[in-house]
Design a binder for this molecule. Structure first.
Ligand code: FE2
Length: 385
């Protein structure tokens, strides 16, 4: 653990500069520190929720004093005459004096992009292991967070078993397709319509707002030759587009596409979202790519439409590039999960030699997965301590 060495205020007490023994330094504003005070009058000791509003903090808040006391930064806020301590590790992990100059399309350090050659077995869990062993579950979920997909082997060959996979970390997102949906293909050599058809890698349901953030695809039958599952890291594809054509990347982030699904009966889903989504400070947060569900795009100015379509085409070429795809065959009882805001999934074509392929799919959400992962990681840290 890095130790604090000094702290000094400036700007008439509106700012404190904090220094660590390894040379790291960060500035903090008095108002920010006061709002984030960790004392039990400001934050609930039981659930860490904030107990005050900004109106409870004087508008002229400043730091009357700041010093290092052991492993703590000790500050006194004026005019409240309130003394609060901040642990060194908390300050270090919440330092914001480090974020200037991020490039548009930046990603958090918890994400690693990948392309063809990535070893699926490194993120493959065993169904029984993750069910019975929290360390195995934690590692498997951490793989989803880092790589945006993971595989699970050795599960039961039973209709509905995919719901138990979602139950490992959260809840199924039920949609108009039900709790789950069937992906069933009979490969019939007598009917060419069912032979050789691949499916371009895509994200699911871009016409929903919010989009389902996780998808599980669970195999119950796969006797057809071919029909391998394919995944493409959409963040790697977007980053490649940015490197090749920064202006094209910018167009796909700046303008909304439109997505639409008109199902039988009473279903009509529409959304207006960019194909490459960035947060306001430029973090790459989501990819939406689905040729079947893309509606007429009407939010791109006339003068930019040609360039927009060139960028859209280039993104599609990158996604279709075999150098980007990872393929694997799912056996009955195996499944994979994708972060549907990042990783595209598809299917290679079938040989026309007959057979069948039966998958079941369901949606779930990433916040539940990350919550379960966070709890497991915190428990592991407590055990280590
Ligand atoms: Fe799909």
């Amino acid at each position: 653990m890095k130790r604090l060495v000094s702290a000094e205020t400036s700007d008439a007490g509106l700012v404190v500069s904090v220094h660590w023994e390894d040379g790291f330094a960060a500035r903090f504003h008095a108002i920010w520190l006061r709002d984030n005070a960790l004392d039990p009058e400001t934050r609930s000791a039981s659930n860490a929720q904030r107990l005050i509003t900004l109106h409870d903090i004087p508008v002229n808040t400043s730091l009357a004093a700041a010093s290092v006391a052991g492993d703590m930064l000790k500050v006194e806020f004026a005019p409240e005459a309130k003394t609060v301590e901040f642990p060194s590790t908390w300050l270090r992990s919440n330092a914001y004096d480090v974020n200037a100059g991020r490039a548009r399309g930046w990603m958090t350090s918890r994400i690693e992009t990948w392309k063809n050659g990535f070893e699926v077995k490194t993120i493959t869990g065993n169904h029984r292991n993750v069910l019975e062993n929290t360390v195995a579950l934690r590692d498997w979920l951490a793989g989803v967070r880092c790589y945006g997909f993971a595989k699970l082997t050795g599960g039961p060959v039973a209709s509905g078993a995919l719901l138990d996979v979602a139950g490992l970390f959260g809840y199924v997102r039920e949609t108009n397709y039900g709790k789950w949906f069937e992906v069933r293909t009979e490969v019939n050599p007598a009917n060419l319509a069912y032979t050789g058809l691949g499916l371009q890698a895509h994200t699911d349901n871009p016409y929903r707002d919010p989009v389902p953030t996780l998808q599980i695809l669970y195999c119950l039958e796969n006797s057809a030759a071919g029909g391998d599952s394919q995944v493409v890291d959409g963040f790697a594809a977007a980053s490649r587009l940015r490197a090749e054509d920064p202006h094209g990347f910018e167009l796909l982030t700046r303008y909304c596409a439109r997505f639409e699904y008109r199902g039988a009966g009473d279903v009509h889903l529409v959304s207006r979202k960019p194909m490459i989504e960035l947060s306001p400070d430029g973090e790459l947060t989501a990819i939406r790519f689905n040729n079947r569900s893309t509606a007429a795009i009407t939010d791109v100015p006339f003068d930019d439409m040609s360039s927009y379509y060139a960028a859209y085409r280039r993104l599609a070429e990158i996604i279709d590039d075999p150098a980007m795809a990872v393929s694997f065959k799912l056996e009955p009882g195996e499944c994979f999960i994708v972060d549907n805001t990042r990783v595209l999934h598809g299917r290679t074509g079938y040989a026309d030699s007959g057979g069948s392929r039966w998958l079941q799919g369901c949606y779930a959400d990433k916040d539940g997965l990350l919550s379960t992962l966070s709890v497991l990681e915190e428990a592991a840290m407590v055990n280590v301590a």
